[in-house]
Design a binder for this molecule. Sequence first.
Ligand code: AMP
Length: 187
Amino acid sequence: MRLVILGGPGAGKGTQAQLLCRHLDIPWIATGEIFRSAIAEQSELGRQAQPYLEKGELVPDPTTIELIRQRLLKPDALKGWLLDGYPRTAFQAEELDFLLDQSGQRVDWAIWLKLSESVLMQRCLNREASRSDDAPEIVRRRIELFEERTIPILEYYDYRDRLVTVDGDRSPQEVHQEILGRIAPQS
Ligand code: AMP
């Protein structure tokens, strides 16, 4: 199963991603996490990404697309995956399909955790693990970017009949059960 999870900052993407990956036995690939550990390791990728993460801006497409290309080549990605935080722009979504096409693959489902802006804001501000980009003005920018750049992707997947929209403003278990029912009714 090849999945993409979409939602604004604080939508619960990480939580749902981990529940799904455990259930489906597929790797969780989170671009934000990859960037954060690259920054901690002070690698070349980390040096490129750091100024963008600090401001809540998007890392430029060439860097992000190359990161995903390489990650999807790793052996564990053969059995499927769940992408969390990628794609974030329509261009990244197209690039992903282009990349997958080359090996006869495709995204099975794009899962959208739908929440209002005010709930997203509140959730980020209440987050326990304090991330430096969860500061109010940076969260505001990340929500704005989500609206501007990521919302158009919903149309992209909807048009291809691959979009699953889920009300994200419920308990993690309720959201998880609904996702499972929608993407894998047989399980
Ligand atoms: P996240 O953990 O998904 O909220 O991502 C944290 C930060 O990593 C974002 O605010 C961006 O700066 C960067 N980032 C993660 N994924 C992407 C992506 N697909 N394209 C561009 N920047 C990204």
